[in-house]
Structures are given as C-alpha cells and as structure tokens.
Design a protein around this ligand. Structure first.
Ligand code: 6CS
Length: 313
C-alpha cells in the first residue's frame, strides 16, 4: 500500500531526516511505499494533525508544542528546566521512559493516534532583536511561542509578552516587527534563516525541543501483526539514526550562523543570569498541575523518575 507521512519541517531538517530513514526501513522490508509531505505541502502543523486524525494521512510528526492544545498533559515538555540539555541523557530518556512509552500512548490513543516515538531536536535558544541577559530584558518583548497554553504561561512568567503563532508566520512577523523574539533549536535557526531577522542568540538551558511521531490509530489497529512489527522496527531504527545524526549538529549549525552573520551576538547565560528563569519555572510547574490535575501530576512524577534513571545511564 501507499502510506502518507507529513511532518512540520523541511526534508533536510531533523524531522525530515527521521522521516526519510523511517521510509527507507519500511520500503526495504515490505512492498509498501511511503510518500513524504514536508512543511508547507499540506498546511500548518494543526492542519496535518487534523488530516492524520481523519485518516487522510497515515503518519504525522507533530511536536507537543502544538499537540498541547489537544492533549493538555503533553504540555509537560514545556515545564522549564525539566528536561536536561545533555544529549546522551536525553537519548536514553526518550528510549526508556515509562511516561513516554506507556503513559503518553494512552492519552494519544484517546485522540485517535498511535504514538510511535518521541525524540529530541536539541536545546532551544531564544533569538531576539535586543540582548537578553535576564528576565527583565524580556519585558515588553512580543515573543512568539508555539500554540501551547503552558508555553504562553512560561514566557509570561519569564516577563515577556507571549504571542502564539503557527510556524509559517514567524519569519515575516519578525521582519515586520510584529514580534521581537522567538525560540527554536540551533539547527532550525540556521536552516530557516531566522538569524537574518534577529540579532541575539541566548541560551538559558531552559528546554530541549521534543517532537512526536504517530500513526492514525484505526489505520494502525487494522494492520496485520507483521506490518505493525515493521512500523515499530522502522521507528526504533529511525530513532537511533536521528540521535546519532544530531551529535555535534548544534555546534556546526551555530558556526554556520556566525560565518553567515559575524555580528550575531551569542550568549550562554551563567547560573546567576538563569536564576529568574529557574524561579519562574516553579510557577509554571504549578500552572501545569492546575491545568491537568491528577493525570498531569502522575505524568510529571513519572517523567522526573525516568529522567533520574536516564541520568545514571
Ligand atoms: O517553531 C516551530 O513552530 C517549529 N520548530 C521546529 C524546530 N520544528 C517544527 C515547528 O513547527
């Protein structure tokens, strides 16, 4: 059969690389064919999610940054400083986490989705038009966030004026000064040329970008055991591939940015400068529990336990 798979990035960005590996494994081990639809070919992230839920698409990659409005618990990925920035620890976490591999699949299933995998895309950096050395510098800054209520709360707590927007509007909104800041992983700042419309890159270590790949659940449940096993195999192999692919990626892409734009100012905030962000994180965690109740509390507790286990390796 021919299966359709849409994602939120370009073919040669991280989600596209993952999708290409997934396709390669499926096609090498079956008669099935996978058609890939990169960002822009079928609409925004919210559009491809609707199409996947409706069964028009068999597979979709949508980040919790957008899924958070559909599955409130998925907003846990936006509690600042919950996730580490260490790539090896993260790689172990998503692979072994009970929260990711057992608890989230139940919540996605309630939305007609079979959660196949979650994987990291790198530490997010803030890019702005003015320097950010503390939360105070974010005051009055219209800061674009993905359309996720908890991410809005985070940037409010950091002192900014959060502005949720779909991805397609970000570059233009920075260019016309409708917004003055946004956050994304380093590779994406280079590949989408966001560095052209902002002058400061700031690392506060507050989050890692998480994404999720899922199948339409009716489609998946209707498959034979061999096909289901093959999809799991392709997910696992693509996961190992994408973790390896990203080793050194943030550094190499940051170098490309500073080569293309030598006047770009890059700052890694020190512990003292991070204090107000870490203080704000406590309130955001409380807000997450207010939004999601017992169910969110259980996921948060499990994630903390899973992260600890991944720390010890
Ligand atoms: O900021 C965004 O909306 C986008 N960022 C990444 C790294 N991937 C897809 C998403 O749409």
């Amino acid at each position: 059969a021919t299966w359709k798979y849409a994602f939120e990035e370009a073919m040669d960005e991280v989600q596209g690389k993952y999708a290409q590996k997934f396709k390669e494994v499926i096609e090498a081990n079956s008669d099935h064919e996978i058609q890939l639809f990169p960002f822009g070919t079928l609409g925004e992230s919210a559009d491809i999610m609707e199409q996947a839920q409706a069964g028009i698409l068999q597979f979709v990659d949508q980040s919790p940054g957008f899924t958070g409005s559909l599955i409130p618990e998925a907003q846990v990925f936006f509690v600042p400083y919950l996730l580490p920035t260490d790539q090896d620890q993260l790689a172990r976490f998503y692979k072994d986490s009970k929260a990711v591999n057992e608890m989230f699949p139940e919540l996605y299933a309630q939305q007609g989705l079979e959660l196949l995998t979650m994987f990291p895309e790198g530490e997010v950096a803030m890019t702005t038009k003015e320097p950010v050395e503390s939360c105070a510098d974010l005051e009055g800054v219209k800061f674009r966030v993905m359309t996720n209520p908890l991410l809005v709360e985070s940037y409010k707590a950091f002192g900014a004026t959060p502005t949720p927007l779909p991805w397609g509007e970000v570059y233009g909104s920075l260019q016309t000064n409708i917004i003055q800041g946004q956050e994304n992983p380093t590779f994406f700042l280079y590949s989408t040329k966001l560095y052209e419309v902002t002058d400061y890159i700031t690392y506060a270590g507050h989050n890692n970008f998480t994404t999720a790949v899922m199948a339409n659940k009716d489609f998946f449940d209707g498959l034979g055991e061999d096909d289901q096993k093959l999809i799991e195999k392709a997910s696992t192999e693509a996961y190992d591939y994408i973790v390896d692919y990203q080793k050194g990626l943030a550094d190499s892409e940051l170098k490309k940015i500073t080569d293309a734009k030598p006047e770009m100012k890059v700052t890694v905030l020190d512990e003292e400068q991070r204090k107000c962000f870490k203080e704000a994180a406590k309130d955001v965690e409380k807000t997450f529990i207010e939004m999601t109740g017992d169910s969110g509390q259980k996921i948060l507790d499990q994630m903390k336990a899973d992260l600890k286990a991944a720390e010890e390796g």
